[in-house]
Design a protein around this ligand. Sequence first.
Ligand SMILES: C[S@@+](CC[C@H](N)C(=O)[O-])C[C@H]1O[C@@H](n2cnc3c(N)ncnc32)[C@H](O)[C@@H]1O
Length: 374
Amino acid sequence: MFNLNEKASEGDKVVLFGGRNYIYSLTLERDQVFRKKIGDISHNNIIGEKYGSQLNVKTKKNKEFKVYLLRFSPYTHIVTINRRTQIIYPTDISLITIQLEILPGSIVVEAGTGSGSLTSYLAQYVAPNGKIFTHDVVEERVSICKKEFQENGISHLINAEKRNVLEKGFDFVDSCVDSAIFDLPLPWKIIPEAERILKPNGMICLYSPCIEQVQLTCETLRKYNFIEIETIECIKRSYISFEKENKRIIPEFNLQKDSEKEQIIEQTKKRKRKLTQKEINNENEIEIEKENEKENEKKKGGVNASEKEEVGVSVNVNEGQSKNNFKNEKVNENENTTKNKIQIQLNNNILLTKTVGHVIGHTSFLTFARKAAL
Ligand SMILES: C[S@@+](CC[C@H](N)C(=O)[O-])C[C@H]1O[C@@H](n2cnc3c(N)ncnc32)[C@H](O)[C@@H]1O
């Protein structure tokens, strides 16, 4: 089984995490060295360390690259898996697990095994007494997966077999499995056989990459005594939230009078206020409310007393020579106008939330259905 130990021991499969693009899994062996493009780290330096601790990897240029030592888990297994086929990702897996009502002790039938991504995850759910019966038409895929299940200590929960399920069906008696999942071409063709082996009330999930397949699948499910038919496209959209220095600089302009300068700063503050309301995320609603209050007070007459302190505005006179708060700035009106340029920089931080650039998740449509009792 995937371990829950506090520290990494010899023989453990562990994960080194150095960022979204630097995730590696390895099995710890004394005196071995882990070598990747990020650099080298001796297994001896990992053995005995606490999971969650930070370790140094020596890069080729003899610099240090920091990585975190993580437990090998069903999730890290999927993100570090050696993909021999298209795989099912955690977003779909979580939905499949709950929709198929998979519990400790469940008997689940699967085809095809592919890279064993879904199989490995489901094995955790059916433990300790359940079983996943997985099938793939390609011998090599089955044997590689079997080896990995063994290495990950989950082989006792999985029965992996080379089999063309569309041609041969299954060797199970009628109405004996709790749920069934099929990620293979022509999924509607397996429905009659799935109906035979599923227990009444049992759930089925069929993976289809295109909507025409979904239509055929649903039509066949209706013919074969299935109810609660539902197709779901599960799209994952990740967000990251971070603080960013607000370095908007308004263009240079020639300073004529103090009144002009006042005017520009007022405009800048107003723009800043719009920016805050537009870009700040929901968690920062209080900030927006404060801004609105100030706006209301302003409409009523006077400027809020605290406003000047809160809005950080710095004024650069003669480009970069000085960077002072406007309140303290003495501008020499006698200097010639080309020298007398100012830049206004908003130096407050803003809180931003944005989507992560890519969407991992959609590979297919998931059609779920329940076998009705006759
Ligand atoms: C997309 S992969 C499955 C990936 C798997 N769900 C995972 O998460 O790693 C589809 C698999 O179905 C297998 N397959 C295709 N036709 C099959 C059939 N008639 N019987 C059994 N397996 C089949 C293929 O060999 C392939 O490995």
